[in-house]
Design a protein around this ligand. Structure first.
Ligand code: NAP
Ligand code: MG
Length: 462
């Protein structure tokens, strides 16, 4: 894998002030595949200054020209599709086909959607005797995780650029090579110097410096709830805008009238995909007591099929964390029906697809985000019980409802405290607002709602 030994600041790759480096590891075989700089507070400061200097020019660039740069960015990503997929496979461990279709395909679609939205959006509206201007918020500090490395970057940078904001990105330490590829694509797209800047580095060093920097107007963070709370507090103290996309413990509610086999099979696939490292994964399957045993058998068969088909977890740290949760589930009395805490291979950070039955709502494995290929199946007595269990966590990011009749599923979905619900397997929509209720976050990403996060209004009265 190609790795830059510099940071992308003000339109060029420059040596970091800090001499620290990050080793990038392939989680499938534990080999070091590259080294990138671990930027420090001085590097973050240089990048924020570059973004501030570039802000007036980019904010004043006509939306049609910003749209043209975003279309060129999409084209640059398309041209590098194979390279993107290979890089995500190498540093995250994603299977090739999934890396192509999702890790490369989805961000290309999202970049394209913002090329269109930048061109179509009306950055001015009339309300009574006022003209309301939608102006860019300013300099954006973007902090992203490793689980969908390119998607999380594009979901912040594309709407920010469409809005006329400039950006400093601090990507996850585990997946910096994908971020470097993205910076190359931005450069090729002819985005002016300083509009986008990349500082690779560690969360508590570069990430914290970026969140605290007085030159940043909006902090957009995706990652763990623990770090999100800290970033929210820091931003709040400085009266900065903040967007947080945090964890989830989403419920897959299978109502008695549903096509059980379909609901269970799609539900298992949803959890196992990306080795369970998906914030919106339906990690709690809720099944009526009358059909519970049947559902458990279907899930056992479906999960067993995933044995060799899922990739490793991203790191030894995540593998240890997930195995710890599986041990906790066993200790708290859940019934292990597939998988378990033992490592299925000698090399690589693999965890077997794991399913727990007889899970009760208060168990740790039913409350906390595990971020691995672990499904819990909980029985419910009636619809009210299902609703109580579904809404009974601190999270509210996503979910699913299955019923024989679409209207029945929709009526149930209206009562869920969550930001997204898929009805009878409704497919992912890259334009629909994505974000959390409760402790799953603040703000929305994707589509026109994602663009609005990066705008502020000014009202002129006549
Ligand atoms: P994390 O620490 O929250 O990482 C997310 C991003 O924040 C990374 O770029 C990270 O840098 C950075 N960061 C860490 N500490 C920071 C700080 N004090 N100030 C500013 N930025 C900071 O998440 P993680 O440790 O990689 O994963 C832990 C758990 O978080 C997972 O098991 C999962 O439950 C959850 N998670 C959720 C999502 C999601 O999409 N909602 C994504 C990833 C993880 P480093 O890369 O250097 O740590
Ligand atoms: Mg971390």
């Amino acid at each position: 894998m190609k790795a830059h030994d510099g940071l992308y600041i003000d339109g060029a790759w420059r040596p970091a002030e800090s001499t620290d480096t990050i080793e990038v590891v392939n989680p499938a075989d534990e080999q070091v595949i590259g080294r990138v700089p671990a930027g420090g507070a001085l590097d973050v400061d240089t990048a924020v200054r570059a973004a501030r200097a570039a802000l007036p020019g980019w904010a004043a660039t006509p939306p049609a020209e910003r749209a043209a740069r975003l279309a060129a960015l999409r084209d640059a990503l398309v041209a590098r599709k194979d390279e993107i997929a290979e890089t995500v496979t190498a540093e995250l461990g994603a299977p090739e086909q999934f890396a192509q279709a999702v890790h490369a395909g989805l961000p290309i679609a999202v970049a394209g959607s913002y090329a269109e939205l930048a061109a179509q959006h009306s950055f001015e509206e009339r309300i009574g005797n006022s003209t309301v201007l939608h102006e860019p918020v300013g300099v954006v500090g973007a902090i992203t995780p490793w689980n969908y490395p390119l998607h999380q970057i594009v979901a912040k940078v594309a709407p920010a650029l469409a809005a006329g904001c400039t950006v400093v990105l601090k990507p996850a330490e585990d997946t910096p090579l994908t971020a470097q590829l993205f910076a190359e694509a931005v450069h090729e797209a002819g985005v002016p110097a300083g509009v986008f800047n990349l500082v690779t580095g560690l969360g508590p060093v570069a990430g914290q410096a970026l969140a605290e920097h007085p030159g940043v107007d909006l902090v957009s963070f995706t990652g763990s709830t623990a770090v999100g709370k800290q970033i929210g507090a820091t931003a709040g103290a400085a009266v900065k805008k903040v967007a947080l996309e945090l964890g989830g413990k989403s419920a897959n509610v299978i109502l008695p009238s549903a096509d059980l086999a379909k609901a269970v099979n799609v539900g298992v696939a949803n959890v196992m995909s990306n080795s369970g490292q998906t914030c919106s994964a339906w990690t709690r399957m809720l099944v009526h007591r009358d059909r519970y045993d049947e559902a458990v058998e279907l899930a056992r068969t479906a999960a067993a099929k995933y044995g060799d088909r899922i990739g490793p977890l991203v790191s030894a740290k995540q593998q240890a964390r997930v195995r710890g949760y599986i041990e906790k589930g066993v200790a708290e009395g859940a019934r292990l029906i597939v998988g378990g805490p033992e490592s299925p291979r000698e090399k690589g950070y693999f965890v077997s697809p794991t399913v727990f039955a007889d899970v009760t709502p208060e168990m740790t494995v039913a409350q906390e985000e595990i971020f691995g290929p672990v499904l819990t199946i909980l029985p419910y007595d009636d619809e009210e019980d299902a609703l109580r269990i579904a809404n009974g966590t601190v999270y509210g990011l996503a979910g699913a409802v299955w019923a024989g009749d679409e209207a029945e599923a929709v009526a149930f979905a209206r009562r869920l405290e969550t930001g997204q619900v898929d009805i009878n397997g409704g497919r992912f929509n890259p334009l629909a607002p994505f974000g959390g209720y409760k402790q799953s976050g603040v703000g929305r990403e994707l589509g026109p709602h994602g663009l609005a996060e990066y705008l502020q209004t000014k009202s002129l009265q006549f």
